[in-house]
Design a protein. Structure first.
Ligand code: NAD
Length: 293
């Protein structure tokens, strides 16, 4: 199959490589950055030219305005789309704007799935991403063989566009609040004089055990804040969650607090640090700097 793949960054590059390794032809267009090493793809001048030659177009772009530009802007996907083409947006973007994008693609004779992922760069490289899709069952069934080349836990969350993005934002709320809880416990226990590694080890055997305590708790102890998942991206996702919640009349008090702590981190120059660096904002609130940076 000829697959258009636009957005060959941290996540998109390894995902496209899995599709190419399975024998699919990859068409792409670039935005300043060169073609990633090891990816065999045909580079076309714009997204419209990519869509004109592809049966399926996958997007893995940073944010909502990027998807807007690549889909609906001049030389965008919709301008070159052939009827029957499936557009799959795997970026994490606004569930509300997703519905507008889906309508535009459908009006041009195409089909649309939103299918954001979790699992990070490690999951992208290992083809073990969790994929959360929103859209028609028939479109999901059509995309499934491609999803299986990139991920493992693959769910059609709802037969409406935006459902996948909503699920992804729910994921980001849970991850942020878990990181915040682990960071609070770490500052509390350390200032009380406990050894943080022993505290983590004890808690991993009990009801407070979690993947976040295991992975991010370890990063907070070793003070290794190389991303991972950047504070900047998590801020974007929490902003999407908060604005979607506002439009639904849903209060997310602790998500709002976590977002403010991320903003504090960004103000300290940590926007490109791993999100476990959230602990630095809590240390600031208690005027208690843990050793090791
Ligand atoms: P990234 O910034 O590394 O990659 C984005 C790519 O899109 C870049 O290569 C950029 O050049 C390209 N791009 C931007 N505008 C373009 C255009 N007009 N035409 C062609 N290419 C264009 O970002 P990423 O980390 O790969 O994340 C992509 C998406 O996946 C984001 O929405 C992010 O929130 C989500 N995500 C990221 C992770 C992670 O761990 N990094 C995990 C899960 C989900």
């Amino acid at each position: 199959m000829q697959i258009g793949f636009i957005g060959l960054g941290v996540m998109g590059a390894p995902m496209a490589m899995h599709l190419a390794a399975a024998g699919h032809g990859i068409l792409t267009t670039l935005n300043r950055s060169p073609l990633p090493d090891g990816l065999v793809a045909e580079v076309r001048p714009d997204a419209a030219a990519v869509a004109a030659g592809a049966e399926t177009v996958i997007l893995m772009l940073p944010d909502t305005p990027d998807v807007d530009r690549v889909l609906l802007g001049p030389g965008g996907v919709v301008a070159g789309l052939r009827p029957g083409t499936l557009v799959i947006d795997m970026s994490t973007i606004s569930p509300i704007e997703t519905r507008r994008f889906a309508q535009a693609v459908q009006a041009a004779g195409g089909s649309y799935l939103d299918a954001p992922v979790s699992g990070g760069q490690v999951g992208a490289r290992a083809a073990s991403l969790t994929i959360m899709a929103g859209g028609a069952q028939a479109d999901f069934d059509r995309a499934l063989p491609l999803f299986r080349l990139m991920g493992k836990n693959i769910t059609l969350v709802g037969e409406v566009n935006g459902a996948g993005q909503t699920c992804k934002l729910a994921n980001q709320i849970i991850v942020a609040l878990n990181i915040e809880a682990v960071a609070e416990a770490r500052v509390f226990a350390s200032k009380a004089g406990c050894d943080p590694a022993r505290v983590r080890s004890a808690l991993m055997g009990g009801f407070a055990a979690s993947r976040i305590l295991e992975v991010h708790g370890e990063r907070m102890i070793s003070r290794s804040f190389d991303p991972g998942f950047r504070i900047r991206l998590h801020q974007k996702d929490l902003a999407l969650a908060l604005s979607s919640a506002r439009s639904l009349g849903v209060a997310l008090p602790n998500t709002a607090t976590a977002q403010e702590l991320m903003t504090s981190c960004a103000a300290q120059g940590l926007a490109d640090a791993d999100h476990s660096a959230l602990i630095r904002a809590l240390e600031g609130l208690s005027a208690y700097a843990l050793s090791g940076g």
